[in-house]
Design a protein around this ligand. Structure first.
Ligand code: CTP
Ligand code: CA
Length: 225
């Protein structure tokens, strides 16, 4: 908010957040997507705004209200999300919570695909989407603090550490989605940094958001403005 009291922990900071899934068109009526609800990312955006930050929330297609005091930019595809993220720079911190579709169709059809009567559908040819987090990790306007999320079903810490290095992020918030996290209200996360792993107990997504924003504010305060 423009009138945030100067004593709030994120007063004067710009925080960039992605949330939700992306939808990748197959044809005008069909798309590739995933089960992300956007709840965790929206909760983090709300927490950042309450902490006094200017918040840019780049949101994929979700059914959630815009949190108070948050600038929301709606997008559909991974490529649109990347463009919106780059347009929102510079930011003091970026928290990439979106479950970006890893692949899109190589060539989305301009007209609705039809059955041809053979009983054999044409194969879908996929191509990899840009990695938004990795793009920011190596960007000339790289935010001072760059946080990624990782949903894993096994070897959570190992995979998170590998992503930290590969994407040039400062922290990876890793959650174990072998249970019922997608769409649920609670989350058990591990914060993986170059210094080690901090494991938080399972808590409501709103509490994960508050605690993460507290940690972000602390990290930014210990760096120069
Ligand atoms: N991410 C991104 N752009 C992509 C894919 C992922 O910005 N095209 C970000 C996510 O928002 C998240 C982090 O990267 O912050 C990790 O996402 P994840 O899907 O776990 O990583 P991937 O590199 O896609 O690896 P995987 O093969 O495990 O899906
Ligand atoms: Ca992925």
């Amino acid at each position: 908010p423009d009138f945030a009291p100067a004593d709030l922990p994120l007063a004067g900071r710009h925080i960039l957040i992605t949330a939700g899934p992306t939808h990748e068109p197959i044809d005008p009526v069909r798309f590739i997507a995933n089960r992300s609800s956007g709840k965790q990312g929206f909760a983090i955006a709300a927490a950042a705004a309450r902490a006094g930050a200017r918040v840019s929330l780049v949101a994929g297609p979700v059914h959630l209200p815009t949190p108070a005091g948050v600038d929301r930019i709606d997008v559909e595809t991974a490529r649109e999300m990347l463009a919106a993220v780059e347009a929102a720079l510079p930011a003091d911190a970026a928290i990439m919570v979106a479950a970006v579709a890893d692949w899109r169709t190589a060539d989305a059809a301009g007209q609705k695909l039809k059955k041809d009567g053979s009983g054999q559908p044409a194969p879908l040819v996929l191509t990899e989407n840009p990695d938004i987090l990795a793009t920011l990790g190596h960007h000339v306007q790289r935010p001072a603090l760059l946080v990624g999320f990782a949903a894993e079903t096994e070897k959570v810490a190992d995979h998170a550490r590998a992503k930290l290095a590969r994407k040039g992020a400062d922290w990876i918030v890793a959650n174990d989605v072998s249970g019922d996290v997608m769409g649920g209200d609670a989350n058990a996360v591990h914060i993986v940094t170059a210094d080690g792993i901090d494991t938080w107990p399972s808590m409501a997504k709103a509490d994960v958001a508050d605690r993460l924003i507290e940690k972000v504010a602390h990290a930014l305060a210990s760096r120069s403005h």
